[in-house]
Design a binder for this molecule. Structure first.
Ligand code: SAM
Length: 249
């Protein structure tokens, strides 16, 4: 009998945000395959897991997934396809021996995560592969908690987008939605500041870096940031200030 692949959301950094289900499945899996984005770096998802679960006695494999733009409906770069295929074959090699494999991924696997690319690749090779998803706390939820500010209330509409979109698409989203979650902001801060200024949303934007970790930092004056923030940074633009307090007072 073949094993099960568990694609597990680790939450954004604080090991206490791993779910009880995630911890119990990770404990039971003899094999961990963990993704890392930079060639020489280590897997953040694995580091989070390692703070909550002992990895002693487990086979831990870290695989590099190149961080390149992926656009829906377009074929990804060949090195990305190669990395997905390699990871899928590595997972299948263990699954075929009847071993359960866990693939931890930052935040929630449903949000801009390698987890679903791995899933699709595995299903392409083996249609009946046994794969289960375990949701995790998304980074944006941790950012919202850090700010003590909701993402949406009442009839508000939310957009979650990578800030690497074109200016036109970003502007459209900034104008149309009540709350906009901008992810992957670290390399495009200058462009974002200009867009936020031109849409008159500068005073509604807050950047949260490394939410839920000891390095957590929040910043409201985005035009005063001189150094690019860490890759683990998200900007929340919430147009509606809290109205309940004013109603009550
Ligand atoms: C590839 S996406 C992964 C998103 C993840 N699957 C989720 O559910 O949040 C990486 C982006 O998530 C955001 N991110 C991840 N961890 C974060 C953290 N601790 N604090 C703030 N933003 C974070 C950043 O915008 C980063 O560029």
């Amino acid at each position: 009998m073949s094993g099960t692949l568990y694609i597990i959301g680790t939450g954004p950094g604080d090991p206490q945000l791993l779910t009880l289900k995630a911890v119990s499945i990770i404990k039971s899996c003899p094999i961990i395959i963990a993704p890392h984005g930079s060639k020489k770096g280590n897997s953040t998802a694995l580091a989070i897991v390692g703070e909550a679960v002992s990895l002693a006695g487990k086979t831990v494999i870290q695989l590099h997934f190149p961080m390149k733009k992926i656009r829906s409906g377009h074929e990804p770069a060949p090195e990305i396809l190669t990395a997905w295929r390699y990871a899928a074959e590595e997972a299948l090699r263990h699954l075929d021996q009847g071993l359960n494999v866990c693939f931890p991924t930052l935040g929630d696997p449903a949000i801009y995560s390698t987890g679903y690319y791995l899933y699709e690749t595995i299903c392409g090779i083996r249609e009946d592969a046994d794969v289960e998803f375990v949701p995790g706390v998304p980074a944006m939820s941790s950012c919202s908690a850090a700010l003590a500010s909701p993402i949406c209330l009442g009839d508000e509409m939310v957009a979650v987008i990578p800030a690497t979109f074109s200016d036109d698409r970003l502007r459209e989203v900034l104008e149309r939605f009540d709350t906009i979650i901008l992810m992957k902001v670290h390399r495009v801060m200058d462009r974002l500041v200009e867009l936020l200024k031109s849409t008159e949303l500068m005073d509604r934007a807050v950047l949260v870096e490394k939410a839920g970790t000891s390095g957590e930092r929040t910043c409201t004056e985005l035009d005063k940031i001189t150094e690019p923030p860490h890759y683990y940074s998200t900007i929340i633009v919430r147009k509606n200030p809290s109205s309940v307090r004013t109603l009550i007072n």
